[in-house]
Design a protein. Sequence first.
Length: 234
Amino acid sequence: MRQLWVVSLGTIPYADALELQRSVAAQRISGEVAEDVLLLMEHPPVVTLGRSTKNANLTASPELLKARGVELFEVERGGDVTFHGPGQLVGYPIMRTDDVLDFVRTMERAIVAALGETGLTGRSREAEGRDYTGVWIDDRKVASIGVHLSRGVSSHGFAVNVTNDLQPFSWVVPCGLPAVRMTSLAAEGSNDELACFRRRMAHRFCEAFGRRQRLVTPERLAACAPEPVGTLST
């Protein structure tokens, strides 16, 4: 079974995360990083605009966002506009894949499985079209997915609302769906804190992709010579 290097980074600014994942993706393409990588983190408040974003889906002005301490980025991932903030688990899989659709569906299954461990029933809405990519609890969206593929290596990824404030989603039309209702684990009654759910998510992500988990420190990742530093458990 191949490894998946799992790197937990805490809270880091979005610009730093963007630079990091682009660097790791380039190293994965070149072979300097020998295994696929899953970067797990939180971000300070930020709105990101994917390739499919329509101007009308950013309902707050850039000036208002700035006044509220929210950064704004246009990025190369698929999908529309979304919000990231403290209490939300963000995962960036830097992985080789030749089937983007299967890659996204596997991520959805991993998130559904992790939610199941908390007692929540998530679901994919793939039959309703790509606009409904992500994971839902009934008709409420709990996780968003948007990826970018370059030379067979993915970047960007998923965001699961755990304990984050949902009010900032009112500043955007999340994922370009006007009627969407966002939710979180906390809003659905789960007691999981982010650190606990991060462990569940890492385990289920590796399981869904048929990988053996290997925890790697950011320093080891940077040196491209990781060594085991423990095993995540739920």
